[in-house]
Design a protein around this ligand. Structure first.
Ligand SMILES: Cc1cc2nc3c(=O)[nH]c(=O)nc-3n(C[C@H](O)[C@H](O)[C@H](O)COP(=O)(O)O)c2cc1C
Length: 182
């Protein structure tokens, strides 16, 4: 029995979670592009990726792999900018975002967890910098209307932050162990 964590990461947060998870599972973390070669012998494959404009990067590629290898077990770590579930950001919103990429009808029994990542503007690619500048403008207009969440998000993103914590992976690791997959 073996596992592999396949990751997609632009600024390092999802890669950190992938490395932590690989350590927990005693396995390798490899870039998603190498999934075909790297996971041939694994019976558990975990995607660790980040939300980009409301969808999880690499989800389609991972799903194609899942469809072609129905004999394996799968799980997902979804990394995003929003805080861990709390009063301002209820868990239902993370679930909704995740289900846009992995709809419950198609993936009813896929273990997953949300982990807060970080935000590092200077590490973004050119196109993402443009997208984020537009997003900042949208947030500014919400702040002017008195929206508290937008004010918090804008302040944190402007400053840059690192919200990665290894403990955010605990629920998923526990579930994988309960299922006997890890
Ligand atoms: C263009 C862009 C769009 C993003 N869209 C979302 C989003 O829809 N939801 C979210 O929670 N985070 C979003 N984020 C934040 C990233 O998911 C977050 O910064 C994550 O930690 C990046 O992972 P990485 O460090 O592995 O690249 C977005 C970031 C960028 C640059």
């Amino acid at each position: 029995m073996g596992a592999v964590v396949a990751f997609c990461s632009q600024t390092g947060s999802a890669k950190r979670y992938a490395d932590w998870l690989a350590e927990e599972l005693g396995c390798q973390a490899v870039p998603l592009e190498r999934i075909e070669a790297a996971v041939a012998d694994a019976d558990l494959v975990v995607l660790c990726s980040w939300f980009h404009a409301a969808s999880l990067k690499g989800a389609k590629r991972f799903q194609a792999y899942m469809a072609a290898h129905g004999e394996k077990h799968y799980a997902v770590v979804a990394v995003g900018a929003t805080p861990m579930p709390c009063e301002l950001w209820p868990a239902g919103e993370h679930e909704e975002a995740f289900r846009r990429s992995f709809p419950a009808e198609a993936y009813p029994d896929l273990p997953w967890c949300y982990c807060q990542g970080g935000f590092h503007f200077e590490r973004l690619g050119a196109l993402d910098k443009i997208m984020m500048r537009i997003y900042f403008k949208m947030l500014e207009s919400e702040v002017r209307k008195g929206d508290q969440r937008s004010a918090t998000a804008l302040a944190q993103m402007r400053e840059g932050y690192d919200g990665c914590e290894r403990s955010h992976l605990e629920p998923l690791v526990a579930e994988l162990r309960t299922r006997g997959w890890a």
